[in-house]
Design a protein around this ligand. Structure first.
Ligand SMILES: Nc1ncnc2c1ncn2[C@@H]1O[C@H](COP(=O)(O)OP(=O)(O)OP(=O)(O)O)[C@@H](O)[C@H]1O
Ligand SMILES: [Mg+2]
Length: 426
């Protein structure tokens, strides 16, 4: 598919260059042609005027060498005076023109003996003593060869330009398509992973319901175990679909943020209200702390998304911290940024897993993850940190995760630009 698109882009670029080049070449050639021919015509006309003036003044024209520059020829007949200075091959052609040309003044192109001439002629029957004839011819081979050379140059430059633009087209198309191809590849993997992740809960729901439905003689209470299994998998499936939808919308940039100025105290209070009791119910201590440097500070953000971000991170901390551990939500200021940290004393992350935790569907060592997450009833799908990363980046911030190693706790750090107090957006 990309091969075809690349070909199309290259062809499109080529046709565009070709059209522009052809139009401009025709324009340039036409202008130069007009200019050159006009120059010759003016030259012929000037000579014709001078000859006519000489004749008018003296009644007996005397054509000097000055009057006829090299390569210019004359056939002049008026009031009995005949002056002819042509080549032997040109003369019969001019005489032929006298017989066939209409009266009046005209410019024509003639060829005699392979030589090209531009000719100005004036025929008039009004002269008292027969036909007045004035013909000035100019050998214009030099000018025509200049025009021919111009044509060749235009053609050769066009050919080289076409070659270069074809190569450039392919090169540029390749460059333009590279990130698209990578995104497409990621999208394919995403869809494949998503379908795979959906298959598991669906299979579990199906098999548990099958078992329950097979026990027609038993009560619902007797089948509670199977129904519970099915129910917990529907919760997992529902979370998965919500997360997938969030990521799909964030990818297509269809998730606009409702940006407002947020106070760090208000954000922390809300999250603490929502989550501290859940953490404490799991036997984990919870601490929220705003350093003096960060107190009364504001940042621009979407309140719901920022809350979602902190809940994702607190949920991870809770999931991976055993009872007796501690989770801390800390804010401090570093230059013109707010640093928000979620620290836990839980199981930590293996150094080899650290670079991959923000990847979609990454859940680390499956056996460990499942073991710990089972405490909560709903096992992770590995999308939480991907969503967290999107939220932070949509707020022009940075997110990083560190852990000294397995069993040594984890720290997630978010960096958000500080905003001036409320007045700016409220
Ligand atoms: N605080 C933490 N302590 C230890 N491991 C963590 C922590 N936070 C994340 N991880 C590791 O990173 C993985 C990815 O986290 P993420 O939040 O993306 O997925 P999840 O929690 O497994 O699933 P979900 O958030 O979609 O329910 C986790 O499965 C876990 O292995
Ligand atoms: Mg998570």
């Amino acid at each position: 598919m990309f091969q075809q698109v690349r070909m199309r882009i290259a062809l499109l670029a080529l046709s565009l260059v070709l059209i522009i080049y052809t139009i401009s070449s025709i324009a340039v050639y036409a202008i130069v042609h007009l200019y050159v021919i006009h120059g010759i015509d003016q030259h012929l006309h000037t000579i014709a005027e001078r000859v006519a003036n000489e004749y008018d003044a003296t009644g007996n024209v005397e054509i000097t060498g000055n009057l006829l520059p090299h390569g210019t020829y004359l056939f002049f007949a008026a009031s009995g005076t005949l002056f002819v200075k042509t080549t032997s091959s040109l003369q019969p052609v001019l005489v032929n023109l006298i017989h066939n040309a209409p009266p009046g003044e005209h410019y024509v192109d003639l060829t005699a003996d392979g030589i090209h001439y531009r000719v100005f002629y004036a025929l008039s029957n009004l002269g008292k003593q027969g036909t007045d004839i004035l013909m000035v011819a100019q050998d214009d081979r030099v000018e025509l060869s200049v025009l021919n050379n111009l044509k060749t140059v235009i053609f050769l430059v066009g050919l080289a330009g076409m070659l270069i633009s074809t190569l450039a087209g392919f090169f540029l198309a390749n460059r333009v398509l590279r990130p698209i191809r990578a995104a497409w590849q990621r999208q394919l993997e995403f869809v494949a992973d998503a379908s795979h992740e959906m298959r598991t809960p669906l299979a579990v729901i199906q098999s548990n319901l099958n078992i329950a439905m097979g026990h027609t003689d038993e009560s619902i209470l007797d089948n509670l175990e199977w129904l519970n299994n099915a129910h917990s998998e529907t919760r997992r499936l529902s979370k998965l679909v919500t997360d997938l939808l969030t990521l799909a919308r964030s990818d297509s940039e269809k998730l606009p943020l409702q940006i407002q100025t947020l106070s760090i105290e208000e954000v922390f209070d809300k999250v603490t209200d929502l989550y501290s009791s859940i953490v404490e119910m799991n036997g984990i201590r919870y601490r929220s702390e705003i350093a003096a440097s960060a107190a009364q500070q504001y940042f621009s953000g979407d309140a719901d998304r920022i809350q979602q971000l902190l809940l994702i991170l607190l949920d991870n901390a809770r999931k991976f911290t055993p009872a007796g551990g501690e989770i801390a939500l800390i804010a401090e200021r570093s230059r013109n940024h707010l640093l928000i940290q979620i620290k836990d004393t839980g199981r930590g992350i293996a150094p080899e897993d650290l670079p991959r935790v923000f990847d979609r569907f990454f859940t680390g060592d499956a056996s460990r993850t499942r073991e710990t997450s089972n405490e909560t009833g709903v096992s992770g799908t590995g999308l939480g940190l991907s969503i967290a990363k999107w939220i932070v980046e949509a707020h022009k911030g940075k997110i990083s995760i560190t852990s000294e190693g397995l069993g040594l706790g984890t720290t997630v750090t978010i960096e958000l630009p500080i905003a001036s107090p409320r007045s700016s957006s409220e």
